[in-house]
Design a protein around this ligand. Structure first.
Ligand code: ADP
Ligand code: MG
Length: 248
């Protein structure tokens, strides 16, 4: 059974069609990669799946587990295990990073009728995950993303992901802003987190991420739809010949 199923999706923003005829099926345990030129609609797709507002769904369906995803609010989607690491994480001045993750995990627990974590439980849980990402306590005392370097934002996002323990993880250009050591570290953490119940949708421009996180399928996206799908050799071909090599 598919975890995520997108059928003939058409989406517009302010009368501009961004996705059109978009189809995608992802099974639990799979790692899908989307590569595509700037402006092809990759971030829009991520936003639509996680439930961000401001888009008009003109046509199509999105099913997740046995739910019509489009009927669910952004919070309900998060509670059902959908997580998106944004391409451009937002700064939230005045909100402490540690509290941000605690609030977010407890909102999800509440939505699932689970008891919220008390401070001690929460701190015990986050400690080991912090360690795996080499994130110091002092870092989490800062306001969310304020003054974080590109790499720090991405590591913070991955920490958030580990804490929420989602089933469908969407990483939108997680590799941009990461130096090679941070890329390796983040990839290792993601690989450890992967299991047969979870699926990944990874958006990237670069083959180097795929040296560390092995994809099952690579999709090439252009003008709001997938024009070609194949195995990891696609990334090498793309690096050599560019997007014109696909969709013929
Ligand atoms: N809120 C918006 N208002 C107007 N145009 C938008 C908006 N969001 C996205 N777009 C446009 O939709 C197209 C796809 O954007 P995006 O999904 O960010 O592409 P990608 O992530 O593949 O680079 C771009 O032309 C972009 O300018
Ligand atoms: Mg984008």
């Amino acid at each position: 059974m598919n975890l995520l199923e997108i059928k003939d999706l058409k989406v517009s923003v302010k009368d501009k069609v961004i996705l059109d005829g978009f189809n995608l099926e992802i099974k639990p345990g799979e790692v899908h990669v989307i590569m595509g030129p700037n402006g092809s609609g990759k971030s829009t797709l991520s936003n639509i799946i996680c439930g961000k507002s401001g888009y008009v769904i003109e046509n199509g369906d999105i099913n997740y587990e046995s739910n019509n995803l489009l009927d669910l609010s952004i919070d309900e989607r998060a509670a059902k295990g959908i997580f998106l690491a944004f391409q451009h994480p937002i700064e939230i001045p005045g909100v402490n990073s540690l509290n941000f993750i605690k609030e977010s995990i407890n909102t999800i627990r509440k939505n699932k009728n689970e008891k919220p974590f008390d401070t001690l439980e929460f701190l015990n849980l986050i400690k080991e995950k912090q360690k795996s990402l080499e994130i110091k306590d002092s870092f989490l005392k800062r306001d969310v993303n304020v003054g974080f370097s590109g790499g720090e934002k991405k590591r913070f996002d991955i920490l958030h992901m580990l804490m929420l323990d989602p089933k469908l993880v969407i990483l939108d250009e997680i590799d941009s802003g990461l130096d090679i050591d941070a890329l390796k570290l983040v990839s290792e953490v993601v690989n450890k987190f992967k299991d047969s119940n979870k699926a990944f949708l990874i958006i990237t421009h670069y083959q180097r991420l795929l040296d560390y996180i092995k994809p099952d399928v690579i999709h090439i996206m252009q003008n709001g739809k997938i024009i070609d799908s194949g195995d990891k050799s696609f990334a090498t071909l793309l690096e050599k010949e560019g997007y014109s090599a696909f969709g013929k």
